[in-house]
Every structure is written in structure tokens, then in C-alpha cells.
Design a protein around this ligand. Sequence first.
Ligand code: 5RP
Length: 295
Amino acid sequence: MQTDRTNPNFFMQRLACRCGDDYKGANHSKNRPMPEELSPIDKAKYVAARRAADYVEDGMRVGLGTGSTAAWLVRCLGEMVRDEGLKIRGVPTSTRTADLARKVGIEVITLDEARWLDLTIDGADEFDPDLNLIKGGGGALLHEKIVATASDQMIVIADAGKEVEHLGAFPLPVEVIPLGWKTTQSLIEETLVSMDVMGRSSSLRMNAEKPFITDEGNYILDLHLGRIGNPRQFALVMNQMPGVVENGIFVDICDTVIIGFADGRIELRDLNEGSVRQGVVEVAENDNLFTDLAD
Ligand code: 5RP
């Protein structure tokens, strides 16, 4: 259906889409309270998370991402566990997410206990038209990549600002072993000379005065590349370097992206189906169930 965004009936048209074949799955996103006092960006993240929660079914083992968008998802799932008796087991991608998941009542298990997951839902720092991602802005890229790769399906939830034509404007996080990190940094910067990138500087991620430490006790180098011409090749080259544990480029991992907008609209792009669907997350604007959000 062609939709004119300047038409005052725009949202009613979207709502009609919502009730028709445009959507599938359970309607967990219906009639949920919309947290008040949220910034536009947080509303966008919230509706994307709320829509993604529709994909989660009883009995699933679910990978739980890290970051502010993923935190909304964890809250939504916690609410479904509490109010609807949803039975899931969650594999968190960081200690932060594990803490939040337990707090909202989600059963937390390790990846070794789960072995394989039905679904992982996570945020991203950038996604391109092929659903290649940059992740790791929150420093959890290693666990995030392991967990997402061990899943039948990965859904990324994001606000529209994360969409790019080419990856690389967001500094690429690379997790490195602390031992000899300066040598590793020099090696990376030398390698960048022969790569299809625009920028070649890098910086050690800091936490106040000290290096940021990942959940695995490693450091993060943020590469300021501007534009990555060939993300697949770049990711392979990075991971061949001694001292590099993992990089934040995700290729062939994400299946679906759900983009949220501050007015409640979502756009759902499914790479496998080759489909793009639009809709509105129907939420009532009343009290805030989402206080104490850690992320
Ligand atoms: C953490 C991540 C996050 O998913 C990414 O940084 C997006 O975060 P946010 O949802 O807060 O924008 O990769 O390592």
C-alpha cells in the first residue's frame, strides 16, 4: 500500500497495515504502556524492542544483547515473563545484561548450558543495506558475536540513526589482549595502509583514567576508519592478527532489522524473505514500568 506521510490519515493507514497481513506473530506489542518522559531516541529504541519481543515464544532459548536498545528488550521480556507467564531462558551477552535480566525475572543460563539458541536480539552501532553490522560500542562485541553466531536467527533492533550506506563512520571496536597492546595497535595501523578505508588512526578505549576492560579482561581499540570498503575482507584480516581477539564487524550474522521511530512506527527488514514491512507498535501512553533502567 502506498502511504503518504503528509496525509493526516497516515497513522491510521499504518494501523490498518498492523492489523492486516503486514504483520505476523503474537501481539505482545499491543496495548502496552509506553514509558513517559522518554526522549525521541529512547521511544524509537523502545518500539523497536517491543516489536522484536513478538518473536519470542514459550520455551525459547534467547540471546540477550547489550546496550540501551537491548536493555529495553530485556525489560519487555521481563514484563512478559511476569504478566503472561512467558517461559524462556536467556543467555546474556554481558554482565550488565545478566544483572538486568535477573532483576526483571528472566531465567539466565550460560551459552554452554544452552549450546544453541533459537533467537538473539541485540542492538547495533551501524547496519548497512546487507545487514552487515558494526557492534561493540558498549564493549561486549566478543560475547555478542559468539552468542549471535550460535543462534538460529539474529534480530537487530535500532533507531533510524544507525542505518548507513557504508559501515565505518562509527569507530570500529577491536578487542585485543592487554599483553603488548601497543604492538598490536601498531600492527593494525600498518595493516590499514593496504586496506580500503578512509581513516587509519586508532585509540585505546578508556574508562575514566584507566583502560576499559571487557568481560573477558581484554582491552578495546577503536579504529577511526570513516568508511570500510569491504567489511567481510576487513573482518577476516583483523582476526588474523596476533593479539586481536575479535572485531566488531558482523557479516552474515544478522537476519532481520527492526527500525524504530519516535512516533511509534517501525520498519521490519528481513534479509532471508527479502521483505520490508512497516507498522505501528500500539502502545498506550500511561505509567512508566521501566524505571531503574540500567543501560
Ligand atoms: C554493545 C553493542 C550495542 O548493541 C551497540 O553499541 C548499540 O548500543 P545502543 O543500543 O545503546 O545504541 O554492540 O557492545
